[in-house]
Design a protein around this ligand. Structure first.
Ligand code: SAM
Ligand code: SF4
Length: 352
């Protein structure tokens, strides 16, 4: 098994033949463990103006000889190939995607790709108050905003920027635009105590937000920070249960977040715990770096450059065939428990 297979059995081959596509039969990407991939996370830049203590504690340092990020035309070809293989959702991430001056063009190109139904953005929220409306108009359907603290002082300590009010204005702007989903990401750190946690929970009472707490992941650059600040998710699970939140039953197509609901709250709370058992089993995503390298696992040891196949529309079939072949090689699970975070020096290089 593995690679791409036609969604109609009996088609044979690797599902890439153009007659399949012409007849509206979309092949799907599947790995050797039966996991299907309809979701691509695409980093569009490594640059970021924040200095999150777990990600870019010394700020973004561009290297003079680094290749430029993928152009709009390259992104269009890349997403076209994934969509022809059944990918339906693309998340643009970074670095900080709003650092790109052509972000609206990128969103429009992805949204216009046949087969793509959802275009999401993960952002630190810095530019969202200004960009929420044009992003929506360009075809963006969902936004995740990182808000690690609701306390101005702690927010500045964690992110290196005194911008909590601006980020919260960005979340409000996104809610006002009526995106299909607005989610808040908060990395679960020591220092987040019960009163602040309750403010996050209270936020979901009145707003149709999903607040998702992400377990701090150890990467190449944050080993000491991780040691000092990692907080196990069972602390949070216990508190949610005590506050009347109940887990939402998981479906087979659900991603790695476990969601919780409270009968009196408009929104939800989620927990994303990369070291938990089900995290890899439920993996439904593929990642491509801002320079066009496919990363089969966030914490894997290898990435494969796709850029040589992104320079011309004529390479479309070769690109699809290469993707199908590579996906068949996706590893079963990461090896974080053995202290191995692979190529992940930080997540700004691949988008989390
Ligand atoms: N700059 C954007 C942002 O912060 O939302 C997008 C890129 S950032 C790498 C994507 C997500 O990864 C953010 O929610 C961030 O908090 C999370 N992240 C980064 N490093 C992490 C780590 N070591 N452990 C857990 N989450 C991490
Ligand atoms: Fe920038 Fe996002 Fe990394 Fe924070 S988590 S430093 S906002 S890329």
């Amino acid at each position: 098994m593995g690679g791409a297979s036609a969604s109609h059995r009996g088609e044979g081959g690797n599902g890439l033949a153009s007659p399949d596509l012409e007849r509206g039969i979309v092949p799907h990407l599947e790995d050797a463990f039966g996991r299907r991939f309809r979701y691509l996370r695409l980093s569009v830049t490594d640059a970021c103006g924040f200095r999150c203590a777990y990600c870019l504690p010394d700020g973004y340092r561009p290297s003079a000889d680094a290749p430029s990020p993928l152009s709009v035309a390259e992104v269009r070809r890349l997403v076209g190939a994934f969509a022809a293989l059944g990918v339906e959702k693309v998340r643009l991430t970074g670095g900080e995607p709003t650092a790109r001056g052509d972000l609206l063009e990128l969103v429009a190109a992805v949204a216009a790709t046949p087969g793509i139904r959802a275009v999401a953005l993960t952002t630190n929220g810095q530019g969202l108050a200004r960009l929420a409306r044009p992003l929506r108009q360009a075809g963006l359907t969902a936004v995740n905003v990182s808000v690690d603290s609701l306390d101005e002082r702690r927010f500045e300590q964690v992110t290196g920027r005194p911008l909590l009010p601006r980020v919260l204005a960005g979340v409000d702007a996104a809610l006002a635009e009526g995106f299909a989903a607005v989610k808040v990401n908060a990395v679960l750190l020591r220092g987040l105590e019960e009163p602040e946690l309750d403010r996050f929970l209270e936020w979901t009472r009145r707003s149709p937000l999903s607040v998702r707490f992400i377990e701090l992941m150890r990467t190449g650059c944050n080993r000491n920070f991780h040691e000092a600040n990692h907080r196990p998710v069972d602390w949070l699970e216990g508190l949610l249960a005590a506050r009347g939140f109940r887990p939402v039953p998981r479906g087979p197509a659900d991603g790695p977040a476990v969601e919780y609901r409270h009968p009196e709250h408009a929104g939800r709370v989620g927990i994303i715990a990369p070291t938990s058992a089900h995290f890899c089993e439920g993996c439904n995503r593929l990642r491509v770096s801002s320079r066009g390298a496919l990363r089969l696992c966030l914490f894997g040891d290898a990435e494969v450059p796709l850029r040589p196949l992104l320079g011309s529309d004529e390479l479309a079939l070769s690109l699809r065939a290469r993707l199908a072949e590579l996906v068949g090689e996706k590893p079963r699970a990461h090896r974080l428990a053995e202290g191995r975070s692979g190529l992940a020096w930080n997540l700004a290089g691949i988008g989390g």
